[in-house]
Design a protein around this ligand. Structure first.
Ligand SMILES: Cc1cc2nc3c(=O)[nH]c(=O)nc-3n(C[C@H](O)[C@H](O)[C@H](O)COP(=O)(O)O)c2cc1C
Length: 230
């Protein structure tokens, strides 16, 4: 295969995990016992550690959905922010009419991946997806800055628009519309999704590519924890 980019040596870029800065890899080897309390405390701990070492957007996760639009299933991935974490699952907020919203309505199943390369860590979750209750969305909505609330009303997320100027005009109209409103209501097309994992995998980078991978599978009240080959 032809080199994609001869100007930088992508093929030579290589990090050997284990003993990286930030102390993230200086702790002991990840093993099955780390999941004794369930997947949620460990994921929470890893997000907290990523926050503590100053990683930007430590709660960012890549969300993969399936598009059935043209009759052929196709994967689609993009980044969202995890805004809720509990033993039930992870929550993110978005436009229900966006591409991802439509995909999750048609096929309510997703995969999410958190990755913190500076810590040599990654977590995958896979599972069924449902909309969160309206009260949960409303509580989070109230915590958002007014600008973000106006943006959620102004943008028909994932739809084409002719220009930046048109987007700015729509925002100006939306701002005028809510000028007298102390509190901006939740748009009907906006809210949270909960991904309820039936599988969670924790990955910790190790020297020589012999990484640690521990997977938990969840079936009702039954959980199975096993190590996977790297
Ligand atoms: C760091 C980061 C965080 C993001 N967080 C969100 C989010 O929480 N919700 C959201 O709808 N889009 C978020 N986005 C934008 C999405 O990646 C995406 O562009 C948008 O949701 C439209 O996706 P879709 O057309 O596949 O529905 C984020 C992007 C980045 C880079």
């Amino acid at each position: 295969m032809r080199d994609l980019d001869n100007s930088s040596d992508l093929a030579a870029m290589r990090v050997d995990y284990g003993g990286l800065p930030h102390g993230g890899n200086d702790d002991l080897d990840l093993d099955e016992t780390w999941l004794a309390g369930g997947w949620e405390p460990l994921l929470r701990h890893w997000i907290e550690q990523a926050t503590a070492v100053g990683i930007a957007e430590p709660n960012a996760m890549v969300l993969a959905t399936v598009s059935l639009a043209d009759g052929t299933p196709r994967p689609v991935a993009r980044t969202v922010l995890c805004k809720g974490l509990s033993p039930e699952g992870v929550i993110f907020y978005t436009n229900y009419d966006s591409a991802k919203g439509a995909q999750l309505t048609a096929l309510p199943y997703a995969a999410v991946t958190f990755v913190w390369p500076a810590l040599g860590r990654q977590v995958h979750l896979r599972g069924a997806v449902e909309r969160v209750p309206a009260e949960t969305t409303a509580a989070y909505w109230r915590s958002r800055p007014r600008d973000s609330q106006l943006g959620a009303w102004a943008s028909r997320q994932s739809q084409p628009i002719a220009s930046r100027a048109e987007l700015d005009r729509t925002l100006a109209e939306t701002t005028a519309r809510f000028a007298d409103a102390d509190e901006i209501p939740v748009p009907p097309h906006w809210g949270g999704f909960l991904v309820r994992p039936d599988e969670v995998e924790f990955w910790q980078g190790r020297r020589g590519r012999l990484h640690n991978r521990i997977r938990m599978r969840i079936e009702g009240a039954t959980t199975t924890v096993e190590r996977l080959q790297p």
